[in-house]
Design a binder for this molecule. Structure first.
Ligand code: NAG
Ligand code: NAG
Ligand code: NAG
Ligand code: NAG
Length: 588
């Protein structure tokens, strides 16, 4: 097609207008920062510059409670079961698996560059991104980058970094979160020198991750903090919630076998907690500095600042040593605060969201919605936040080991030759976190066959598993929309069956997979008695063995039965059993 001078001018001005409106993004991603142990309360500058000036999303979750799989989920907008990056290292995870999956060419920074953005990143990207493979291939998608590299990533005073894919540089003796902060300020300067292009800057300090050293020998301990923060929080202790080192064992599987923590361990865990709070102070200072610099450059009003953590953390809850990888609230519930154009100041949002939603949120703001991704944009404006929210669930998944941290860490009985004790192997599960005004619960199905259900309105600390015999009386009392636990269980298991292998649209509206006629769009709809037989006959979520990765053949039924109005619902009909696709069912 031949373009006239006029249409060229129109095209040019259209793209100019678009570029002028595109907002900037500064994305701060901390490592292992909890929501539940109140770490945000110890960050006064974050409160001042982000929480008071932006919106706190108090029901935000990660979908896979471990660094690398969670980061790949976040930066691709796809569920871990679709990226199949499910571990820290090959064969099931790490940077090489990310590259192998083709994501180095297909993820947020690349998509943002295609939309005209300059993109920058500093800090930790993924695990198994090392001083050996940093350029094999180089990370794709950033105009400027400075990545922390394994095996030094978690050594607070020994960062090794590669700048723009060059030979790694050692910063021995320098405090890693401060090194990363300074590099972030440099990228902010670079970005502001190109006023015609919007920018994205990812800042990923390791705080408050535990300090870990893998060479010459493995050491796992409390996080290290900067000298200037050493005097802080001398008296703080882990909140003594009901699930803190409980007298009765809790959870299922390897968690149930954990012994009560003795005083030596409790003291160590409290110091571990204080060290985390101190390590976060460097991040708190970074937040202030970023806001001030954006302001002095006149960029603050057109920049979204997004603050979150890759996954949560537990210390002593359910008798656990420091760590993550569980489906408990401590591990999956993470901070999310957004400040930016149109985002209400000082607001607390109750919408349920997950890390899968962050890339779709950013892309929509940048000018290109991506409904093919597994997440959906998070509402950001007062108007969007006021809409009654339809989403109430988060799909949570995990494959592989639970790894204890801290010097006393000992869980499970998994040994690796040449490495020693590594943790609990049978930690593969599928979970569903549902949070609404009327009900709030966690449902988990484990590879061992164990099941958990916690009614979090009554039991926010997740101590009374309704599948345990001693809690059957609680199960009898539990109801949603007047329906008993057994009926609820049938519905949520089907929802989990759809979500555990959902993709794109089926992740956004899983009920419409079960009910293509849209007769049931929510848990309450699905609980109607006319669907009882349909849900009873559904294949159930199960595993045939415990694996360390996503091996479909071991993960039970894959497809749900689909509601067929003609087969299942004959108006006025009497209940008569009949066979439908090999299952017994009923006319109603
Ligand atoms: C950033 O990278 C993109 C993609 O390679 C490129 O089109 C753009 O010109 C770069 N920006 C600058 C300032 O070099
Ligand atoms: C507490 O348990 C730890 C780990 O098992 C052990 O090393 C320590 O000696 C115990 N302390 C006391 C006071 O029993
Ligand atoms: C792990 O689960 C498998 C079943 O998949 C079981 O055979 C094995 O005994 C379990 N191991 C432990 C330590 O619980
Ligand atoms: C996930 O990756 C592993 C390791 O490469 C592979 O064995 C497995 O089949 C993959 N799973 C799926 C569902 O593609």
């Amino acid at each position: 097609m031949r373009l006239t001078a006029l249409s060229w001018a129109m095209l040019a001005s259209a793209s100019w207008t678009n570029a002028a409106k595109q907002p900037n993004f500064v994305f701060v991603l901390t490592d292992d920062q909890d929501y539940e142990m109140k770490s945000l309360d110890y960050m006064p500058l974050l409160q001042k510059y982000l929480a008071n000036e932006g919106t706190s999303y108090e029901r935000h979750y990660c979908t896979v409670a471990i660094c690398c799989p969670s980061r790949v989920n976040l930066w691709t907008g796809q569920a871990a079961h679709n990226t199949n990056v499910t571990d820290l290292h090959p064969p099931y995870g790490g940077y090489p698996k990310f590259v192998e999956g083709g994501f180095n060419e297909n993820w947020l920074p690349v998509w943002l560059q295609q939309l005209g953005y300059n993109t920058y990143y500093t800090g930790k990207l993924f695990n198994a991104h090392t001083v050996n493979n940093y350029d094999d291939p180089p990370v794709n998608g950033f105009n400027g980058s400075d990545f922390l590299l394994d095996p030094y990533t978690y050594e607070y005073f020994n960062p090794h970094m590669t700048r723009n894919g060059a030979q790694p540089v050692s910063y021995k003796g320098k405090y890693s979160p401060d090194v990363v902060a300074n590099k972030a300020y440099g990228f902010l300067d670079d970005a502001s020198k190109d006023p015609d292009r919007p920018f994205f800057i990812g800042i990923a300090p390791i705080a408050p991750h535990s300090n870990m050293r893998s060479v010459p020998s493995l050491e796992r301990g409390t996080p290290f903090y900067a000298e200037r923060h050493a005097h802080l929080f001398k008296e703080e202790k882990i909140p003594r919630t009901k699930n803190f080192n409980p007298k009765e064992p809790s959870g299922v599987g390897w968690i149930r076998d954990l012994p009560v923590l003795n005083d030596t361990l409790i003291d160590y865990h409290d110091e571990f907690y204080r060290a985390r709070l101190r390590a976060l102070q460097s991040v708190d200072e970074l937040v202030e500095e970023v806001v001030k610099r954006l302001e002095s450059k006149g960029l603050l009003d057109n920049t979204y600042i997004i603050y979150t953590a890759d996954n949560g953390y537990h210390i002593s809850q359910h008798r656990l040593p420091p760590g993550k990888e569980c489906s408990f609230e401590e591990d999956i519930h993470v901070p999310l605060i957004v400040r930016g154009p149109g985002v209400p100041a000082g607001h607390i949002a109750n919408v349920v969201s997950s890390h899968t939603d962050l890339t779709p949120t950013i892309l929509r703001l940048a000018g290109k919605a991506r409904p093919d991704l597994d997440g959906s944009p998070i509402p950001l404006t007062k108007k969007a936040l006021a809409k009654p929210d339809s989403g109430e669930h988060v799909n949570v998944e995990f494959w592989g080991r639970a790894i204890p941290e801290g010097k006393y860490g000992w869980i499970g009985d998994d040994f690796l030759p040449g490495f020693g004790h590594v943790g609990a192997r049978n930690n593969t599960y599928k979970a569903l976190r549902v949070a609404a005004e009327e009900y709030s619960f966690l449902y988990t199905v484990w590879c061992t066959g164990d099941k958990e259900f916690y009614d979090m309105k009554r039991d926010p600390n997740q101590l009374d598993n309704l599948f345990e015999e001693k809690n059957f009386h609680l199960a009898e009392e539990f109801s949603i929309a007047g329906r008993p636990f057994k009926q609820i269980h049938d519905r949520i298991d089907s929802l989990l069956l759809v979500l555990k292998s959902c993709k794109g649209k089926s992740c956004h509206s899983p009920w419409s997979v079960l009910h293509p006629d849209d007769a049931a769009g929510s848990l309450k709809d699905a609980l109607r008695p006319k669907f009882d037989a349909f849900y009873k006959e559904q294949p159930k979520v199960s595993f045939s063995s415990c694996q360390l990765g996503y091996l479909k053949s071991e993960e039970g039924p894959q497809d749900a039965n689909v509601w067929d109005n003609f087969q299942y619902a004959k108006p006025g009909g009497k209940q008569v059993p009949f066979q439908y696709e090999g299952h017994w069912s009923w006319w109603t």
